[in-house]
Write a protein that binds this ligand. Sequence first.
Ligand SMILES: Cc1cc2nc3c(=O)[nH]c(=O)nc-3n(C[C@H](O)[C@H](O)[C@H](O)COP(=O)(O)OP(=O)(O)OC[C@H]3O[C@@H](n4cnc5c(N)ncnc54)[C@H](O)[C@@H]3O)c2cc1C
Length: 377
Amino acid sequence: VECRMTATTPAIHELIRANLDRAPMFTGEIEGRGPRYCPSIEDKVVRFADRESHLVFLEPEGLATHSVYPNGISTSLPLDVQQEMIRRLPGCEHAEILQPGYAVEYDMVPAWQIDATGETKSIPGLFLAGQINGTTGYEEAGGQGLMAGLNAARRVMEEEPIRLGRDEAYIGVMMDDLVTKDPREPYRMFTSRAEHRLRLRADNASERLGERALELGLLDDAHAQHFQEATARRNQIEEAFDSVRVQGTLLRDLAGRPDIPVAELRGHLERHGSGEICSVALGRAVVAQRYAGYLPRADAEARRQAELENKPIPEWLNPQQIPGLRSEAVEVLQQFQPRTFGQASRLAGVNPTDLSLVALAVRRGPSDPSVTEGAPT
Ligand SMILES: Cc1cc2nc3c(=O)[nH]c(=O)nc-3n(C[C@H](O)[C@H](O)[C@H](O)COP(=O)(O)OP(=O)(O)OC[C@H]3O[C@@H](n4cnc5c(N)ncnc54)[C@H](O)[C@@H]3O)c2cc1C
């Protein structure tokens, strides 16, 4: 499939500027803020005023059609301006618009109304996933769908809900962000949002989550078998790393050195009769070994955070009844109702002293009159 590229011109930018008063996203008719990372063409022209041109990707919409999606010029401008804009786009002089661009304003469920399982707090049994929770993106929607679907099924089967930790999966980071932050713009899952990036790698996704998926019954027979075979192949290499020596040096130590090519390691394994070597398993084992020096430090930090992270905040706790708690913290804790200290620690408006007071109240327990009085049932 041929995908072509063109670009806007100064004349197009002039046209857009002259018609900004007809773009609802600029006149205030639409108040919501669009995704920062895919701005409309009028947004680009205003925000990056020094740029004379913006790329437009001409993406064919199918094999048996002449229709093309011009990626990069999403817009809320009226049809006559869109037609003029397309006519002035180099290469598109004779193009016809089949479906004009448009802007819509979405509404969303606020963060404090959902749990990290996707379940709404006010309507138990109602699970939400995707854009309705304030995200944008395919993977974001898919990841939430997985959690919401899994937990909805477990709820029906009266099984414990499943939440993923921030150190376990990007889905864990996203779900936690969604229920603790009050996004001002559509949420996208960036790797930079994760504090445990050394561990959350694409190459170890199945190792991190495979066992869990197996336990939870999320893998069908073929995937379960594939996972178990891959684990066995990986274990075989790990064992060889600890038993094979090359001129006195353990293969594991050689594997950790970035200057030793993987092909050389493979050669050593083959010469020592380590059986058939799986390239994927070897690649993963080498990556893990090269990170190994850094991981203990990252793990120690993750453990320290996990202690706080998973410490539950009981539902009987009434922030209003906690002696000395600042009114801002009371308000935020009541609004978001965090279920763990980790979630509470990330709420804007809750500081470490507030957390100590909450911890003290939890230690005192529900029998303490200052805590239970007026507590929600
Ligand atoms: C033009 C455009 C380009 C995009 N490009 C990208 C991109 O390149 N990469 C990326 O990651 N993301 C992109 N996105 C964002 C991404 O498409 C969405 O964030 C994501 O698809 C949202 O998934 P969702 O399941 O939450 O909602 P949707 O996919 O909107 O699903 C909601 C579904 O509910 C149905 N529905 C609505 N009301 C009812 C009702 N009353 N009864 C029954 N069904 C109903 C709708 O028909 C729809 O099928 C783009 C979005 C747009 C608009």
